[in-house]
Design a protein around this ligand. Structure first.
Ligand code: 5AD
Ligand code: SF4
Length: 464
């Protein structure tokens, strides 16, 4: 048997890409590849790319240039090196990537990752391997289960893709083209994958989907299940202490899902619900299929169900036709909602999307100015949210070392990072922390005396 080959995957973009990179590693581990942390010693380098904005997509070509230099060096030493491009740029540009960067050996879209071994064989024969099909078979059922070694190294939190693709066709967005039509995985496979993660030490799972709350997979009873029903089932798994889901569309925020936030303690009080704009005129032009008022109504209903919930969102400034008045409607909506956290972007025209062809493109300088004003208001809200946590005692899941010696960083239920001086052995444990200080992006605290909020398993783990 030959020595195992080394694989390096660099991930750009969203959490779905992070999840997919892991699954590609699983597929290739089954084929004798071993993951490595450094591209220098990789026989195969895969760039898992993002196409959402122009900047993200352009990064790929500069990265290919860097990897090309490595490949040249390695090959001068007699070590053949293969370069693959995966993800949404691969899907959107396909063959064009190989034309523009002939050093690339294989191009694979997100729906074809289960075919990677065949593509590698083809590339090894010296042929360019390009696969951007949307094959009829379900890639998830064709991929091996997450390898034990990889899951173990992943710590106490994990992603689980439950749904993929999008049928909403917002006029600015490439996702329906790069990820394809909305599809949900069956609940049985998801419960099984979640159980395996928990068996290997995962305490918190984030369910992923481009439109996760549109989930409508086959349930354990053979009927169609909603995301709320799936969440109820997953909370039955012993040892799975926390659940989250992302990212959601306001149209799919149904009553059952809102009720789940009231009824399920293990469903964390955090909701990422992008609105993009606070102007009805812009929402219509974006084909969001909801209004500012329907969005605000969802927010108030969810707050009724779970008063402490942290709301997060996404915003686009400078969409074609956006006036100062439209933009001020966005600022007003932001102030009304009081976001705990948010992402905001300048509109970036994407080839093939309807908005790219619209009239009234906003000058770059105006976009920049609006983005700064929006970000100032969002930063203010975030700081206020964090300051509101001071004085509370929160269960924190510690997941990585802090900057200072003796410090760990963990996740609060609201996803705000918490710094605290705690024994290193507490990594992966959930324990109560008294919050004492707040910063822009995180809060600080110290271990609290254990209270009845902690589960017995948590207390047994915590070396107090
Ligand atoms: N330009 C700018 N931002 C975009 N987003 C999606 N498409 C574009 C685009 N063309 C943002 C949206 C979305 C997030 C993932 O990225 O805010 O919610
Ligand atoms: Fe980027 Fe969207 Fe693809 Fe994620 S799904 S990698 S955000 S284009």
């Amino acid at each position: 048997m030959t020595a195992s080959k080394k694989l390096f995957v660099r991930t750009f973009g969203c959490q779905m890409n992070v999840y997919d990179s892991g699954r590609m590693i699983d597929v290739l581990s089954a084929r004798g590849y071993e993951p490595t942390e450094t591209p220098e010693d990789a026989d195969l380098v895969i760039l898992n790319t993002c196409h959402i904005r122009e900047k993200a997509a352009e990064k790929v070509f500069s990265e290919i240039g860097r990897i090309r230099a490595l490949k040249d060096e390695r090959e001068a030493r007699g070590q053949p090196t293969m370069i693959g491009v995966a993800g949404c740029v691969a899907q959107a540009e396909g063959e064009e990537i190989v034309r523009r960067a002939p050093v690339v050996d294989l191009v694979v879209g997100p729906q074809a990752y289960h075919r990677l071994p065949d593509l590698i064989d083809k590339a090894a024969r010296g042929e360019k391997a390009v696969d951007t099909d949307f094959p009829p078979e379900d890639k998830f059922t064709r991929m091996p289960a997450a390898s034990e070694k990889r899951v173990r190294s992943g710590g106490a939190t994990a992603f689980l893709a439950v749904q993929e693709g999008c049928d909403k066709f917002c006029t600015f967005c490439v996702v329906p083209y790069t990820r394809g039509a909305e599809a949900s995985r069956p609940a049985g496979a998801l419960v099984e994958e979640a159980r395996r993660l928990v068996d290997r030490g995962v305490r918190e799972i984030t369910l992923l989907g481009q439109n996760v709350n549109a989930y409508h997979g086959e349930g354990l009873d053979g009927r169609e299940w909603s995301l709320a029903r799936l969440l109820f089932e997953l909370t039955e798994i012993e040892g799975l202490d926390r659940l989250r889901y992302t990212t959601s569309h306001p149209r799919d925020m149904d009553d059952d899902l809102i009720a789940a936030h009231r009824d399920l303690d293990r469903l964390m009080p955090y909701l990422h619900l992008p609105v993009q704009s606070g102007s009805d005129r812009m929402l219509a032009a974006m084909n969001r299929r909801h209004t500012r008022d329907t969005y605000l109504d969802i927010i108030s209903r969810i707050r009724e169900a779970r008063p402490d919930i942290a709301i997060s969102g996404d915003f686009i400034v400078g969409f074609p036709g956006e006036t100062e008045a439209d933009f001020e409607d966005t600022l007003d909506l932001v102030r009304r909602v009081g976001y705990a956290h948010a992402f905001s972007f300048k509109y970036s025209p994407r080839p093939g999307t309807p908005a790219a062809e619209m009239d009234g493109h906003v000058p770059e300088a105006v976009k920049t100015e609006r983005l700064q004003r929006l970000q100032a208001v969002l930063a203010d809200g975030q700081r206020r949210f964090n300051e509101g946590l001071v004085g509370m005692t929160l269960p924190v899941l510690f997941e990585k070392p802090g900057r200072r010696e003796g410090q760990l960083i963990g996740r609060s239920p609201y996803l705000v990072p918490v710094h605290a001086e705690v024994p290193a052995a507490m990594m992966g444990a959930i324990t109560e922390v008294a919050i004492e200080s707040a910063g822009q992006n995180s809060v600080g605290g110290r271990l609290a005396v254990p209270t009845l909020h902690a589960t017995s398993a948590t207390l047994a783990e915590a070396p107090l």
